[in-house]
Ligand binder design. Structure first.
Ligand code: SF4
Length: 410
């Protein structure tokens, strides 16, 4: 557990001068003040204040959705893999699949005991979800684990205050902290040219066929023929000269029936490994944060750059004085009906500047102030305002009883 409180004079103190950070959050259904804001609480509140009120103030959690249940089982299985590795034991895929099956059985029994089971969807019943979970464990083991690096901690709990005064803190669990190797290719000036991460193949740069080193040029398919490089270049130049000549003739003609000549098909680009172009390469180790996701739609690099969880978790490392190199989403894409039969994986990295991390603290403070203001205005029993993004209702535990969702209306 890492607990951090910023000293006065640092970023949080400066922030507190500008934003009124509430000292206390409202009481929950147990009559106790809310002590923590997690990434999940913050995102629930920002997407739908009513979802936040019912979950965190009233304690109405409801059963998990099938997608949430399967995602958590995969998460816990991968966590178990790294916990064993940290203890010096490397599990194989068979052992991981056994762990997944045991975890599934135990957690399903817990859900039945607690709240009457999982809310399976029409397109994802228990059997399908179990099969998807097993497949997700396998592709994670085969395709993502070799790229994640050496574990430093699994499910590390963090907690920090954005200012010394408030009685509440921000808290969360980091799926995985790792250290991994990188090879950094540099130019003659020592500037970074490209990076090869652990477990990744060497990056390449695409050069035009004529600019590429002669020994990297392959044969070229032109019409029905496959030409050797020298012949391909000669042919292309001849075609180009002929094209230029016909273009000149076309420009000078006044015959409207004559159509504009077509450019010859370009020669292919050639992928050159960066080691052939860089002046040097240096090895380094970087420490980063990993979060596992099993999703219908994978998070793209541009979405990752504005993702609030990545912002919050990187901010926590910065606050703790151990800035992480990056935050990576280790993702498994679920098969899509009619579109994708197999699972895909993606490892998407993102970083934040200090200005962006300060803005993250400001957003947390603003959300806390809004929670307090809504409580003062409406109390715990009146609705706090509904989601403005309808997709959110599809993932909400309160949809069945919410007047705004189809579940509530239907
Ligand atoms: S169903 Fe939609 S509007 Fe209603 S609480 Fe859930 S997210 Fe909010």
């Amino acid at each position: 557990l890492s607990t951090t409180t910023l000293a006065p004079g640092e970023a949080a103190a400066a922030l507190a001068q500008r934003i009124n950070v509430p000292v206390r959050l409202p009481n929950n259904y147990k009559g106790e003040p809310i002590r923590h804001l997690s990434h999940s609480a913050l995102s629930r509140f920002l997407l739908c204040p009513e979802d936040y009120r019912r979950s965190y103030l009233l304690g109405e959690w409801g059963p998990p959705s099938g997608a949430m249940f399967v995602g958590n089982r995969v998460d816990e299985t991968v966590t178990a893999f790294y916990e064993h590795q940290l203890a010096g034991e490397l599990l194989n895929l068979d052992q991981l699949e056994d762990l997944f099956a045991e975890n599934w059985k135990a957690k399903l029994a817990e859900e039945i005991e607690r709240d009457g089971s999982v809310e399976w969807e029409d397109c994802l019943d228990a059997e399908q979800a179990h099969a998807i979970g097993l497949q997700a464990v396998k592709v994670t083991y085969d395709e993502l684990v070799p790229r994640l690096g050496r574990p430093l901690a699994a499910q590390r709990k963090f907690e920090f205050k954005i200012h010394p005064e408030p009685e509440w803190s921000v808290f969360g669990y980091v799926d995985l902290d790792t250290v991994r190797e990188q090879r950094v290719f540099v130019t003659e000036n020592g500037e970074q040219y490209a990076v090869q991460d652990e477990g990744e193949s060497e990056p390449t740069v695409e050069l035009g066929y004529l600019e590429a080193p002669a020994d990297r040029r392959g044969p070229v398919k032109r019409g029905r023929k496959t030409l050797a490089p020298a012949e391909a270049i000669d042919t292309y130049r001849r075609e180009w000269d002929a094209y230029q000549a016909s273009l000149t003739a076309w420009a000078q003609t006044d015959n409207p029936q004559l159509s504009e000549p077509k450019e010859p098909a370009p020669l292919p680009v050639v992928a050159i490994p960066v080691s052939q172009l860089a002046a040097d390469a240096v090895e380094r180790e970087v420490v980063g944060i990993t979060d596992y996701k099993v999703k219908n739609s994978l998070i793209s690099a541009s979405k990752a750059d504005s993702d609030p969880q990545a912002s919050l978790y990187l901010t926590e490392r910065w606050m703790a004085g151990n800035s992480a190199f990056d935050f990576r989403f280790a993702q498994v894409g679920k098969p899509k009906q009619g579109k994708r039969n197999t699972m895909s994986t993606a490892l998407v990295a993102t970083k934040r500047s200090e200005a962006q991390m300060r803005a993250t603290l400001a957003r947390v403070a603003m959300a806390a102030s809004q929670i307090v203001a809504l409580y003062q205005q409406l109390g715990p029993d009146r609705p706090w305002g509904y989601a403005t993004q309808e997709w959110k209702c599809g993932f909400c535990n309160h949809a069945a009883s919410c007047p705004l969702s189809d579940g509530g209306l239907g």
